[in-house]
Design a protein around this ligand. Structure first.
Ligand code: NAD
Length: 487
């Protein structure tokens, strides 16, 4: 396999000490290649490079910066086939979806570039003798730390805003699933950016991510990942009062009211539950179903879940590939076991496939639990796997209370034919996104972000681009305190 390298100060490089770490294909458990293992030395060089590039990059006219961001987007589109292959190899993303993810990542960069051109200043005529305007300015060096669940997208949904508004950055992709990030490094190295504008370092979170989020010359940390790591980063960043964006985990309530269209609810919730093998922050965490339709819903949900094609991600027909790693499969299996031990009813799956070729790879079959109750671990913990947890409820008031009684507040969904009622639920639910008769959809044009321990700040949409700026008020006294009446 060809060699993939880190991007530091405009050059594609190996680790200074020549160290590497292996990439494992989650569908076969075979080693794919070695990647450079960055550490503290690389962090210091990259942060210094980003700091030196900042005065140059931030002073380039916005239109030109945005043109260069669009060149990166174009490079992603031109290399979408290779990026998709790497996503399938490294993450186990089914081929069809992998290509779509690469194209959507390019769109994120385009949207940010278009947005940044229109938002950098606002005139506010506060009084007759002053000229007052606000000006959006870049924050400085941004550390972008991302998770493995959608490796390229999780970088690109923030990278466009970071660059288009004039920041420079050091990207720390996840320690597993870094192949696409290094392909992106290669694409970016061919775009004529000032050296050091984008640096990409692969290596362990506890070392590289920790050093970046503590580094005195990093001005902002944009983090997407688990709540646990988010809290460590929050603490690190607080020491030098860095700006922070936090996109953390979720345990999202999907609520099916008694008047819901069951065909719509079932097809959308099944898709939301099993796409990307459940490794999506917005996936259903608790599926609340009204008691009057509960049994019918459960029966049809299981029938539908049985039609999910789980298997080789290279097969065009596959909808659900493996989990990302042996370690993550252990975590998902432990939670499944806790569900069984604590008395939930296992209706489907709950185990690995045993037939070749799926008897190797980190597969877990689509799993459905009913009779899930609030004391169980699977009710409150983010599983991040293909495990549906169905909970019965009897009153609307009760379900709103239960849905909100959780540390997270990322997103929620309500299924009902009564749109006005859906909107009343949206007003009550403590979540950054509420879908009505929809599930797990997002758009580059729309803001995304959580409430409570799911984080703060937005990615995507116009607001997502604003996050990477700070606002300055410029106040000009036009008459030096001596305004004369007009003659
Ligand atoms: P994670 O927190 O384990 O890792 C995320 C990143 O942080 C990785 O790059 C990792 O190497 C790095 N890291 C680990 N320890 C660190 C430390 N001490 N200091 C600095 N960086 C460190 O998360 P994950 O397992 O890769 O991803 C899954 C989580 O991400 C889930 O909880 C999921 O809900 C969340 N997520 C949230 C969103 C969102 O939009 N809210 C989107 C995708 C994923």
């Amino acid at each position: 396999m060809k060699e993939y390298k880190m991007l530091i100060n405009g050059r594609l490089v190996n680790a200074v000490a020549g160290k590497t770490y292996p990439v494992i294909n989650p569908a076969t458990e075979e080693m794919v290649t070695d990647l450079p293992l960055g550490g503290l030395e690389e962090v210091n060089i990259a942060v210094q490079a980003a700091k030196s590039a900042f005065p140059i990059w931030s002073k380039i006219p916005t239109s030109e910066r945005c043109r260069l961001v669009k060149e990166i987007a174009m490079g992603i589109r031109e290399n979408a086939d290779e990026l998709a292959k790497l996503d399938t190899l490294d993450h186990g993303t089914p081929v069809k979806m992998a290509f779509h993810m690469a194209m959507a990542s390019a769109s994120c960069l385009d949207f940010a570039a278009d947005t940044a051109r229109t938002m950098m200043s606002e005139m506010i005529p506060a009084s007759a003798n002053t000229l007052t305007y606000t000006k959006k300015e870049a924050v400085g060096v941004v550390a972008l730390i991302t998770p493995w669940n959608a490796p390229l997208m999780m970088i690109c949904d923030k990278l466009g805003g970071i660059l288009a508004t004039g920041n420079t950055c050091v990207v720390k992709p996840p320690s597993i699933d870094s192949l696409e990030a290094l392909k992106l490094a290669e694409i970016i190295s061919k775009v004529n950016l000032p050296p050091g504008t984008v640096n990409i370092i692969t290596g362990p979170g506890g070392l590289v991510g920790n050093a970046l989020s503590s580094h005195p010359d990093v001005n902002m940390v944009a983090f997407t990942g688990s709540c646990e790591t988010g809290k460590v980063i929050f603490e690190n960043a607080s020491r030098t009062v860095k700006k922070i964006g936090m996109e953390l985990g979720g345990k999202n309530p999907y609520i099916v009211l008694k008047d819901a269209d069951l065909d719509v609810a079932i097809s959308k919730i099944v898709m939301s539950q099993y796409i990307n093998t459940g490794m999506i922050c917005a996936a259903p965490g608790r599926i609340y179903v009204h008691e009057s339709i509960h049994d019918e819903f459960v029966k049809r949900f299981v029938e539908r879940a049985k039609t999910i094609t789980a298997g080789d991600p290279n097969d065009e027909k596959t909808f659900m590939g493996p989990l990302v790693s042996a370690e993550h499969r252990d975590k998902v299996e432990a939670l499944i076991k806790s569900g069984i031990d604590e008395g939930a009813t296992l209706l489907l799956g709950g185990k690995r496939p045993t037939e070749p070729p799926l008897n190797r790879g980190y597969y877990v079959l689509p799993t459905v639990f009913s009779n899930v109750t609030s004391e169980m671990m699977i009710y409150s913990e983010e599983i991040f796997g293909p495990v549906a947890c169905i909970v019965k409820f009897s009153s609307e008031e009760e379900v709103i209370r239960a849905a909100n009684d959780n540390l997270f507040g990322l997103c929620a969904a309500v299924f009902t034919k009564d749109t006005a009622k859906g909107i009343r639920f949206a007003n009550e639910l403590q979540a950054g996104t509420v879908w009505i008769n929809e599930g797990l959809t997002a758009s580059t044009d729309l803001p995304w972000g959580g409430y409570k321990e799911s984080g703060f700040g937005k990615v995507s949409g116009v607001k997502g681009v604003h996050e990477f700026t700070q606002e300055k008020l410029v106040w000009v006294d036009l008459y030096g305190g001596n305004m004369q009446p007009l003659k």
